[in-house]
Design a protein around this ligand. Sequence first.
Ligand code: TXA
Ligand code: MG
Length: 323
Amino acid sequence: MVHILKIKQGDKASAIALAALARGECVAIPTETVYGLAADATNGLAVASIFEMKGRPRFNPLICHVDGIAMAQRFGVMNETAIALAGAFWPGPLTLVVDALPQNGISELATAGLPTIGLRCPDGLARELITQYGKPLAAPSANRSGRISPTRAPHVAEEFAGTGLLVLDGGECREGIESTIVKVTADKLELLRPGTITIEEIHNASGKSVSRPGGNLIIAPGMMASHYAPDSRLVTDVTRCPNHAALLAFGGGTDRDRTHAVAVRNLSASGDFREAAANLYAMLKELDHMRARLIAVEPVPHEGLGVAINDRLSRAAAPREET
Ligand code: TXA
Ligand code: MG
């Protein structure tokens, strides 16, 4: 059994969720990006149960969700640049990785023993819940490790069927892909994961240049090659859909051959990146459920928000590690 509670602003479902969090339980919560599997970030046992439920490697740290800059400052070093970025984009889909304050009370498991901490202030119900709870919530995406992130409450229920998990249903997630992650140090900014807030926007708000670490160094383990993976094999940059494939289209398609597809979903017929990001995971799941031999994905232009969409698609297409 998974319990799904519809939640509206000021709903009593949040009282039930707060009580569960205080008992050290996990609760799935809606955010503007994807659903999160949340627990009290200061409670080591509660954080351990997130890792257990997800089957997540322990070296992969969790984002700690706060309700604003003041709460962030209790746990991490918010320098001038971090405050400028938080001021520009919080509440919203931006995670700042900053130096952790010593003895800040956050479970070592949440930060995977790193000297840094990932902080994000989500919008809407999640933020309200954090304010009411008074402490940060550690929350990875509410999927089993390596799989597609959920953007609807029933997708969360599907991932954790039979666990008794409480899922707050806030409807469809507005952004649809995970937050942009930026590491802020004294002298530079590094993009650890692209998202709906682009490098250009980060640069404009901070006045600093943003580097993208290259090589195979795992800095945010969400950067591991195979991630966000459907069960079917996935290929990208397809302009002629092969026989027996399920097609994930993008745009009007006048120059595309879609005739052989066994099923078609279009991320955005008008070629709108925001709409495409919001549809990405739900459409991947729908096509995956059809058990086609292959999911073929049309090219998405590599500009603006297209960079984040292509990042997720290339990880979904990457060869799987045998585990
Ligand atoms: O939009 C989001 O960010 C969603 C919602 C629920 O907030 N959360 C999410 O969490 O995507 P998760 O655990 O799936 O991805 C968090 C990423 C991981 O790749 C992790 O390695 C990275 O953040 N991360 C967290 N703390 C870090 C740190 N101190 N240094 C480097 N990377 C960190
Ligand atoms: Mg995730």
